[in-house]
Design a protein around this ligand. Sequence first.
Ligand code: SF4
Ligand code: SF4
Length: 341
Amino acid sequence: MHSQLQGLPDIVYAMLPELESWDLPEETLADCARCAMRPRAGEAERPWHFNERTKCCTHHPQLANYLVGRALRRNDAGSERIRERMKNPEGRTRLGLQPPTSYQTRYEATRASGFGRDDALICPFRSQAPLSCSIWQDRNSTCRTWFCKSSKGLPQKLSWTAVRDVLARVELDLANHCAAKVSPPSEADTSAVWQAWFVRCATVVDDISPVAAPILRSDRLNMLIDRAADQRRAVNATALPDVVVPSVGSVFPDGEQIRLTGYSPYDGTTLSPHIFSFLSHLDGTMTWQDAAQCCFAATGFSVDRTLATHLFTLRIIRAPQLNDDPYSPEAASPLELFSDW
Ligand code: SF4
Ligand code: SF4
């Protein structure tokens, strides 16, 4: 079992027996102990670095009612954080805790520059202790599956996103199950009443018999599980097309080199500026091999298949037509799971 999937309620494993055999990778590039988005020793702060206080926890997770209850009944630092968060009733619903509107507005308006940097967006459940999440055992699907970097770039990122969608669907289904089993308090009820109700939701989930697992497994969940399996297969079927075009997301100077990103502003690579000679020849008709030869003749900089594949998985180069790109986020059709909240 992958470390990120440990500690889920027993009924989740009964609903998803596949989890045991899913060969999900350890994302060693996202080294949270040292934080891969912080400067290395002796390195100056750069525009793409995250804030030491926030790291990637500039996000208010949607925490399903039974997860809120599980965190509350631990009577630890996480419980305190939940109680503190619930002093503001905004975002408290029958399904759990959502971000307050003011938080969500700021998050969406400033995401490009504020994610990983804006102190005002620090997760209410984050503490400043090392490794820092006060509700780690009860964190949600997004927090379990988000990495700033993937060892196989976009294909692997999409695979994690598909796993997130499976777990998020289970969270939503179980949260609805709890709200149907035990009537939620009213808006006017106190925080203490709501806390007691969230703890009851945790008990409801504990009490679901594994026999009920197949009934809880909806067609939509089955579809998401199939999609996650397809995405995992796609990771190992990465095939670099002969003809590619540039798809650079950002460029920053990094000493005498440059840092390029493609699919994500957080997952980049640092190379010689001569890479621009290679990229400039990718006009949608020339093969990458010919572009590499032109680049080498002009600059002496070599682009071999390993580097070209690396650029392709980071989506710094891509297939000319988006529809031909099996790893494009557009082709993955992300689902609007959370609109159900
Ligand atoms: S996932 Fe977050 S904490 Fe971990 S290395 Fe990346 S930015 Fe840092
Ligand atoms: S719940 Fe934990 S892992 Fe998720 S954003 Fe908050 S502090 Fe970070």
